[in-house]
Design a protein around this ligand. Structure first.
Ligand code: HEC
Length: 733
């Protein structure tokens, strides 16, 4: 195999004035930088980033979101000021975490154009427009260099492009004319697949290793993990997360079941132990998500942290975090590599946060838990055909970072009216904590909700102290099942393919999932057809629908609103109405369908549970004990009335610096970007962004100056405008 030569150019604009021993790293580059940074900080293995650069999504391949830079510290952080902004000129919001190499910042716009900015000034160097607008999440790009050849890998819809890092021009010898099509090589008809890279791939030597987002329902694509040659785009290896007959894990499925199923995909990104050559791949649930009647068994390697040999894709070990998932408990963030202390031993560990609010801390080489995990019994399902797992793994430590069981005394106290409403609604639900199966007769509380606990922003770790920083949502959602419609009406098709998200009554769960009430009057038929065919952002494409079926759905959405009873979130399931006929789909249909992601909100739109609604937590992974936990985020109108900080829903992660600062935006409503004291959880500095910073920031140095940059895109607060602006802060010159 070709060995990459990283030594000829220094991609890290390090400056010894920034961190005293930084000069040690100067002659090293991508691969070696991690080693030298470890020599500085005393960590046992190649974990920490070099000073100056932020060359990999997540700060470094170990996904630590840690920087050794110390120019900005506790004493001067209050003087931080805007150094530059770059407005993409687009709206829609974004989740990008930029990377910075050699003084150049590589990132994306909300419509997924790849861009390169001068990282010191924010001036655009190039922009790559593939001629297709991407929608929804695209969290960044991947950088690779060998000798004086450097490439940026950028995803748009199903394509992964290799761009010349200097110009942004596609490298035509890569894949087909500069790109590979991720729908190919899955062992299924490519035209029927929906795969998008929402989190960037990770580079190991001359391989780019990728997962991808797939659908959540019937007909979803399989979640194969794949490695491509960075030069040619040739497929080098595949790890099938849905094992075929005879492969390890196949006995956790009914024979042949995986052929008709999809998912178990890695959408959140991966971590890489460069020195060991191991890539750590967190996977999501099987699709369809919520009814597992066709997949009795534990369903390996879904909902698992899988350790693969990065060079070959051979599985080394796996750890399943949810057995036979029927709650959509995808592993939502890349794991974080660190070294923990146990007595006198230093143990290389991997920490995985979860949507249900746990941190699993495992031995990086063996996958063994470093805190005991108790296989705990949970109730069976009453839904015909559903066989739940008898037990689920519950870590004894650390304690969960989100509340686990909603009880009547935990409902909102915001106003007496809101409380009374919440009590009456709550009485209708089943609320018994984690892993209670969904039912046909009433809604079940999911707490923390479908969006975590932890989410895609990831967690930060200070490799010197072993303290992990993780932000969390802490609100309740509900969900339920209903018999899948029989018959072939357009409404039956809608209920099967669309209602899980948009709801039986088309009301959706705004702002994450739009209401479709009256959409046929707002959007022309060709736009509706396009969205249904190609998907949009979080909405999957529907390649399995025939032209007639799509037309029937469009006609269904165009039916005058009275024909379609709108049901408020949390309300009853809508009845059968005016059915234009729809031809049958080829995809196998589940017997039961999910009736919608419903946030448990009070009539004024605030969470119907008591605060905190969002938190930031510091957990010592040596001991499993919390250093601190604080509410994260405010509703400006509540804060103005003197309501103590409630915390709010938050999306986007933290970063931590060697000078003891944790930077995080993430909050949906207050648009603030904050610096916390890593030791105490105290807010030391905050700035208001043009839109909320629902993304993970990055920090880097150019020419002796440390910057912290965050994308501000917003769009998650009800009624709020969205944009797409990069905002970089630094100490005034
Ligand atoms: C997994 C959840 C999910 C499923 C399933 C889903 N959608 Fe969506 N849908 C969304 C989300 C999220 C958006 C907003 C996407 C964006 O704008 O980025 C959306 C947007 C739309 C829009 C555009 C709304 C607007 O305001 O322009 C239409 C129309 C739509 N969906 C119809 C459908 C139909 C019809 C189906 C079934 C074939 C379906 N959706 C299935 C989540 C879903």
């Amino acid at each position: 195999m070709h060995v990459t030569d990283y030594t000829s150019v220094d991609p890290f604009d390090t400056d010894s004035a920034l961190t005293s021993p930084g000069w040690l790293c100067r002659t090293h580059a991508l691969a070696l930088a991690t080693l030298c940074a470890c020599a500085l900080s005393g960590c046992a293995k190649a974990d920490a980033p070099a000073t100056g650069a932020w060359a990999v999504y997540g700060g470094n391949a170990a996904q630590q979101r840690y920087s050794a830079l110390t120019q900005i510290d506790r004493t001067n952080v209050t003087r931080l000021a805007i150094a530059w902004t770059y407005d993409t000129g687009e709206t829609g919001g974004f989740q990008v975490s930029p990377i910075v190499v050699d003084g150049v910042l590589y990132a994306n716009t909300p419509s997924h154009k790849a861009i390169a900015l001068d990282a010191a000034t924010g001036v655009l160097k190039w922009k790559f427009d593939p001629g297709v607008d991407g929608r929804g999440p695209n969290r960044g790009v991947t950088y690779w260099r060998s000798g004086n050849e450097a490439r940026v890998f950028a995803a748009v819809e199903q394509s992964l492009y290799a761009l010349d890092a200097a110009t942004g021009i596609p490298i035509r010898s890569f894949g087909t004319n500069g790109a590979i099509d991720l729908r190919r090589d899955l062992g299924r008809d490519p035209a029927m697949q929906s795969v998008r890279l929402t989190s960037p791939g990770i580079v190991y030597r001359d391989l780019i290793i990728v997962g991808g987002r797939v659908g959540e329902g019937d007909g979803a694509s399989p979640g194969d993990v794949r490695a491509y040659d960075v030069r040619s785009g040739q497929l080098k290896w595949t790890f099938r997360t849905l094992p075929r007959a005879g492969e390890p894990g196949a006995d956790s499925w009914p024979a042949g079941a995986v052929d008709a199923l999809g998912g178990a995909n890695n959408w959140a990104g991966m971590a890489l132990d460069e020195a060991r050559g191991i890539v750590y791949v967190p996977t999501g649930s099987v699709a369809p998500d919520f009814y597992g009647g066709a997949r009795a068994g534990d369903n390996l390697f879904a909902n698992s942290l899988v350790a693969l040999e990065a060079a070959t894709g051979q599985r080394l070990w796996h750890y399943q975090v949810v057995h036979h998932d029927i709650w959509d408990r995808d592993l939502p963030s890349p794991p974080t590599l660190l070294t923990v202390t146990r007595g006198s031993a230093r143990i290389d560990a991997v920490a995985q946060t979860t949507k249900h609010g746990f941190v699993f801390v495992l031995n990086r080489e063996t996958g063994e838990p470093l805190f005991p995990v108790v296989e705990t019994p949970f109730p069976p399902s009453a839904v015909p055909g559903e066989v739940t797992a008898k037990t689920q793994p519950v870590p004894s430590k650390p304690a969960p970072f989100a509340r686990q069981r909603l009880t009547a005394d935990m409902l909102t106290t915001r106003t007496p009216e809101a409380r009374a409403w919440a009590q009456a609604e709550f009485a209708k639900f089943r609320s018994e904590g984690q892993f209670v199966p969904f039912a046909l007769d009433r809604d079940t509380v999911v707490f923390p909700g479908f969006d975590g606990g932890a989410e895609w922003g990831g967690s930060a770790v200070d490799p010197r102290s072993g303290v992990l920083f993780v932000n969390a949502n802490d609100i309740a959602w509900t969900g339920g099942l209903a018999p899948a419609p029989t018959g072939e009406s357009a409404r039956a098709l809608y209920l099967t393919k669309c209602a899980a998200c948009h709801g039986d009554g088309l009301a959706g769960a705004p702002p994450q999932i739009p209401s479709l009430v009256g959409i046929g009057q707002k959007r022309p038929a060709d736009q509706l057809t396009q969205v249904i065919r190609a998907g949009a952002g979080r909405m999957p494409a529907n390649p399995d629908l025939t032209g007639e079926q799509v037309a029937a759905l469009v006609a269904f959405l165009q039916a005058p609103p009275p024909a379609v009873p709108a049901v408020a979130p949390g309300g009853a399931h809508g009845g059968e109405t005016a059915p234009p006929a729809a031809p049958p789909s080829s995809a196998p249909a589940s017997r039961y369908r999910f009736t919608g992601y419903r946030k448990f909100l009070d009539p004024d739109g605030y969470p119907a549970v008591a605060p905190p609604w969002g938190t930031l937590n510091a957990i010592d992974l040596n001991t499993g004990e919390y250093r601190w936990s604080v509410p994260l985020g405010e509703y400006p109108e509540l804060a103005a009335r003197g309501v103590p900080t409630t915390g709010t829903e938050n999306y986007g992660g933290p970063i931590v610096t060697a000078s003891g600062l944790v930077f995080i935006g993430a909050t949906n409503y207050d648009k603030k970007f904050r610096a916390f004291d890593a030791a105490t959880g105290k807010v030391l500095w905050e700035a208001v962004l043009p839109f909320s910073g629902n993304a993970t920031p990055a920090t880097y140095a150019v020419g002796g100056r440390q910057f912290v940059v965050i994308p501000a895109g917003g769009g998650k607060a009800r009624g709020a405008a969205s944009g797409g602006v990069y905002v970089a802060f630094a100490l005034p010159k």
